[in-house]
Design a protein around this ligand. Structure first.
Ligand code: ADP
Length: 594
């Protein structure tokens, strides 16, 4: 059977080799072993159940939490010539019945459903009379209360499966599972520990970066300008911030959409669709966005604010580069953001034990912002693995010049001390730059010896310096009704001339790595877009960015050569091959001077 699995991989999906973990998972399923696959986002989890689904006689049911993801997957399967459909709340009762009927009649290989579906009568009926070969449970961490996205409907699903008369074969899949979560999944779905397949968490195409103590808006605008033809997601922690950033970017002429819980379902799905179809270059979103996003050509994910824990961060950042091409994951770090997250946990109605768990996770997230070790290593260690230096992240690559800023830092620290360590950064910056602000006068700060010590500098400049000193732990944010800055022991040492302060030069935004002829790539990308609107599917479903880049590299001229390109199987070749081959043939002729 494994030979057949490889054949399907090549013929239907156009790939020569299995990725790490895929073969092992498929082997276990073919031997009727319930399996848990823990593989990073973009690791290729879908094929782990899609290939067995095609090899098994009966129907494979795929449980997935988000509607848009189902549609995407089903569209992609259709393009590969595979019979599949989905059932969810967007369909009329009539359509649902039609699809259930189709499933019962044995004409389908795969049926995608939301977990809530299992609780409906029509579905029980299907489960009783159809031959179910496999149950694939995607985003399986939703089963565990220790995970970061627990869903009661998933727990109900486990109960249901356990009560079924004929126990179906089960595969659970997730990208993020700590040990506690993996144990829960195994127990609830009766998976033996030896049947956990876990591949490395590291993803070699992602370059992690942390930007701290810098003006976030300025960095963002600069980055988007440098990467104006690439697609990306910007995460912010509140709806208000999403709105503000969307307006800011739109004013710069960027094709930007927004996505958050305050928008109507219609507005949200319109944004998501436009983004998928490459009609929007970037989308600014809260963490409400993404579980269902399957778009493979996301070249960067920027976190404008600190996420609440490493699991959430890695999952969100991991939406970059699912196609395996170099992509950036950037965190714009400021220590103040931790207080927003802390506040959200304070306000939540979680039981005390879970709150403590959340605080602990938040501290590890903040630690990521401060760490000096390789960022990928920090992440991988968090998930319980060892790793070497990645050589791609901002810590590994940091060769910026350092400048001694001890005198400036002393001015700042001394001013904060004289102000009583009770005020926020804006008032501190006003005092240092000698502002005539009423509040400065009310508190008689214009009488301090540090008043106007930095009057030759702009307030913005001083604010950035304060952010930098906070990010480097010289200042700590104290949370009262308004956050204020106070000195840490490290700052006291600097004031006493026992330590110096160094600052690295600001990071310049750069382009995501690109290793092929950009003009040809653009041409192929335009063709893909044209076809996408003709066939009404998102462009990345036609061909991934990786497939386009391989075309740029090898310029296939015949059907046989096209089939050797990663991601091109017989069905796709027949449908789109000719359009792309024509462009590539013209390219070769024009380059040879013909
Ligand atoms: P996950 O669900 O783990 O996030 P997907 O199943 O969506 O990942 O796969 C991510 C991308 O990798 C898809 O574009 C898919 O076509 C591609 N892919 C999967 N398996 C292979 C393989 N063996 N060789 C090359 N590309 C693959």
């Amino acid at each position: 059977m494994l030979v057949q699995a490889k054949e399907i991989l090549a013929k239907r999906f156009g790939f020569d080799d299995f990725r790490s973990g895929q073969e092992e998972v498929i082997k276990q399923l073919l031997a009727s072993q319930n399996t848990l696959a823990i593989m990073p986002t973009g690791g290729g989890k879908s094929l782990c159940y899609q290939i067995p689904a095609l090899l098994f006689e009966g129907l494979t049911i795929v449980v997935s939490p988000l509607i848009s993801l189902m549609k995407d997957q089903v569209d992609a399967l259709h393009l590969a010539g595979i019979e599949a459909t989905y059932i969810n709340s967007t369909l009329s009762a009539q359509e649902v019945n039609k699809r259930l009927h189709l499933a019962k009649s044995g004409h389908l290989k795969m049926l995608y459903i939301a977990p809530e579906r299992l609780d409906t009568e029509g579905f029980h009926d299907l489960l009783e009379c159809a031959e179910i070969s496999l149950f694939a449970i995607d985003e399986a961490h939703c089963i565990s209360q220790w995970g970061h996205d627990f869903r009661p409907s998933y727990l109900a699903l486990c109960d249901y499966l356990r009560q079924m008369e004929r126990q179906p074969l089960v595969i659970a899949l997730t990208a993020t599972a700590t040990e506690a979560v993996a144990n829960d999944i195994c127990e609830l779905l009766r998976i033996l520990e030896k049947n956990i397949v876990k591949t490395g968490f590291a993803r070699e195409n992602l370059a992690f970066q942390i930007i701290k103590g810098q003006d976030k808006d300025q960095f963002l605008l600069h980055y988007l300008k440098e990467n104006d033809s690439e697609s990306g997601i910007i995460y912010a922690s509140t709806r208000k911030e999403v709105e503000r950033l969307q307006v800011l970017l739109e004013k710069q002429g960027i094709a930007v959409g927004k996505y958050h819980g305050g928008l109507s379902d219609q507005e949200r799905s319109a944004s998501q669709e436009q983004f998928s179809y490459d009609d929007l270059q970037v989308i600014v979103a809260t963490n409400a966005f993404g579980m269902g996003i399957n778009k493979s050509n996301v070249r960067f994910v920027i976190h404008y604010n600190l996420p609440r824990n490493m699991e959430a961060y890695y999952q969100e950042a991991g939406r970059a580069g699912r196609d395996g091409l170099p992509s950036d994951c950037i965190l714009l770090f400021s220590p103040q953001d931790a207080h927003i997250q802390q506040f959200l946990i304070d306000q939540s109605e979680l039981p005390e034990e879970r709150k403590q768990n959340e605080y602990h996770k938040l501290r590890q997230m903040v630690g990521y912002g401060y760490t000096e070790i390789c960022l990928e290593r920090y992440i991988v260690n968090y998930f319980g693995e060892e790793a070497n230096h990645c050589g791609r992240c901002s810590n590994c690559l940091d060769t910026r010049e350092t400048v001694d800023i001890t005198t400036d830092a002393q001015k700042v620290f001394s001013c904060i001390k004289r102000m009583g360590e009770r005020f926020g950064k804006i008032l501190i910056a006003k005092v240092l730059t000698g502002s005539n602000d009423q509040k400065v006068k009310t508190w008689h700060f214009d009488k301090l010896s540090t008043y106007g010590l930095m009057k030759e500098r702009s307030q913005k400049d001083v604010l950035q310096l304060l952010d930098y000193l906070a990010a480097e732990k010289y200042l700590q944010v104290v949370n009262g009704s308004l956050p204020s800055l106070s000195l840490t022991n490290q700052a006291v040492k600097v004031l006493k001339n026992e330590a110096i302060v160094l600052r690295k030069k600001a990071v310049e935004a750069t382009r995501v790595a690109m290793d092929v002829d950009v003009a040809l790539f653009e041409m192929l990308r335009n063709k893909r877009r044209e076809l996408a609107s003709e066939y009404r599917v998102p462009p990345y479903i036609i061909f991934s960015d990786e497939t386009l880049r391989e075309m740029c590299r090898y310029k296939p001229q015949t059907n046989e050569e096209m089939l050797m390109i990663k991601g091109i199987g017989a069905a796709k070749l027949e449908k789109y091959g000719k359009d792309f081959m024509l462009l590539l043939q013209e390219e070769v002729i024009s380059k040879s001077g013909g």
